[in-house]
Design a protein around this ligand. Structure first.
Ligand SMILES: Cc1cc2nc3c(=O)[nH]c(=O)nc-3n(C[C@H](O)[C@H](O)[C@H](O)COP(=O)(O)O)c2cc1C
Length: 403
């Protein structure tokens, strides 16, 4: 998803820097557009560095750069490529120009040219906010479907007290995510997710592992972030990048994952265990590389049973397990749901080619004590959302309110 973030010329312009980061944490690409006045408060370089994208600062390109034919009608290109337009902070001037349809700079032209949802977060002096002209402009915008994130009350930079402070970031991000169609139904939850394989040492250069890529857990982490959760991600070794907004703990062995999960359990409200944790490890890892000479026998011992330990120690957490099986998938999953006191179990048949392990796709059955939901083959992203739908449903049913 991509949004354009319009920054206009108010004292609160610096607060837009944090908004860029929070949106990126939720997997949203941000194209920053600054008005000329905004550039008096914050330099475009700040936003270019944060967003990783060129910042649009004027309608006609800068005089010291060659006109770029591809981007000559950039306002139309941007207007068509975005899923939402957010203006934060929005000055009284921007609100007036939007309300009147005046297109005299890039941002106001973009507003007219886009059909994407528009969110504005006004910030200004209390008298400017209360002025009949501003309120009339807001009424026009509201009537046109523009979402207005009302400013808060308090001490204003101009020395006065009253309405006009830029709304809290949470409210702004919530409105944008809603405009993007992503509900914030996990806001207030802390979701602990384990992902990837573990590695159990045989000798200094060899280890036992499995085919888990970590993709399912990482997709869940990203989906939970988008839905407003704080995400604690405990990951075994993977080749993929973790979502920026997740608080990442990297581990290698089952034993390290066990320790990390138990450490983070008290601060989490939901635990989702997608990691393919080794069931066995070599009883004693060799201190030196094992030489190639005849047959070698590895003696294995069971690793810590993290899921059982979580079930034993949990308080009000909702616990979701995975059952990656190759036979009797549903039967084994149901048995695990009961024996490990889980709230949900997600069963997948990892013997099927092209889905499950080391793939972007999956097909699963989500089982709770009262329901069985089939999710036919689809992307892991979609599977993640269907799982989180069930998490939200169970949290609501149990009447647990987010802290
Ligand atoms: C120090 C200073 C602070 C300002 N703060 C605000 C503000 O918070 N909100 C606002 O609507 N205008 C504020 N203004 C006025 C705007 O900068 C001015 O109306 C400008 O034309 C807005 O241009 P823009 O809407 O294209 O960004 C401020 C002006 C100055 C000099």
């Amino acid at each position: 998803m991509k949004i354009a973030l319009g920054v206009s010329g108010g004292i609160a312009a610096y607060k837009a820097a944090e908004i860029v980061r929070l949106l990126q944490d939720r997997g949203v690409r941000v194209q920053v557009v600054m008005t000329a006045a905004a550039q008096e408060f914050v330099r475009p370089l700040t936003f270019a560095a944060l967003s990783g994208e060129k910042v649009i600062t004027n309608m006609f390109g800068s005089p010291d750069t060659e006109a770029n034919v591809d981007s000559a009608i950039e306002h139309i290109a941007v207007a068509q490529s975005i899923d939402a337009l957010l203006v934060a902070p929005a000055t009284a001037d921007v609100l007036a120009r939007f309300a009147q349809g005046i297109a005299n700079d890039f941002l106001s032209t973009l507003y007219l040219a886009t059909t994407a949802p528009v969110v504005v977060a006004p910030a200004m002096n209390v008298n400017m906010w209360n002025h009949a002209a501003t309120q009339a402009n807001l009424a026009v915008l509201r009537q046109r479907g523009v979402r207005i994130v009302e400013p808060g009350e308090g001490y204003l930079a101009c020395g006065m007290t009253g309405s006009g402070r830029l709304a809290e970031n949470e409210a702004i991000i919530g409105a944008v995510m809603e405009a993007l169609g992503a509900s914030q139904d996990l806001a207030g939850e802390t979701v602990l997710i384990t992902a990837g394989p573990t590695r159990e040492k045989i000798d200094p250069v060899r280890y036992l592992t499995n085919r888990s890529s970590g993709r399912m857990g990482y997709a869940l982490a990203e989906a939970a972030l988008r839905r407003g959760a704080r995400v604690l991600l405990v990951s075994g070794p993977t080749a993929i990048a973790a979502p920026g907004g997740a608080e990442l703990t990297r581990v290698e062995t089952a034993s390290e994952m066990h320790a990390a999960v138990l450490r983070l359990l008290p601060e989490s409200t939901v635990v989702i265990k997608t990691a393919a944790v080794a069931d066995f490890r070599p009883k004693a890892a060799a201190g030196q590389k094992i030489k190639r000479k005849g047959e070698v026998t590895l003696e294995l011992e069971p690793t810590e049973d993290i899921l059982s330990e979580v079930a034993r120690r949990k308080t009000s957490q909702l616990v979701v397990g995975f059952a990656a099986e190759t036979e009797n998938v549903l039967e084994n999953a149901r048995e695990k749901l009961a024996s490990k006191s889980l709230d949900l179990i997600v069963a997948n048949d990892v013997s099927r080619e092209g889905i499950g392990f080391d793939s972007d796709r999956n097909a699963v059955t989500i089982i709770s004590n009262s329901e069985v939901i089939e999710v036919p083959e689809t992307s892991k992203w979609e599977v993640a959302h269907r799982m989180l739908d069930q998490v939200v449903k169970l949290r609501k049913r149990s009447g647990v309110t987010s802290p």
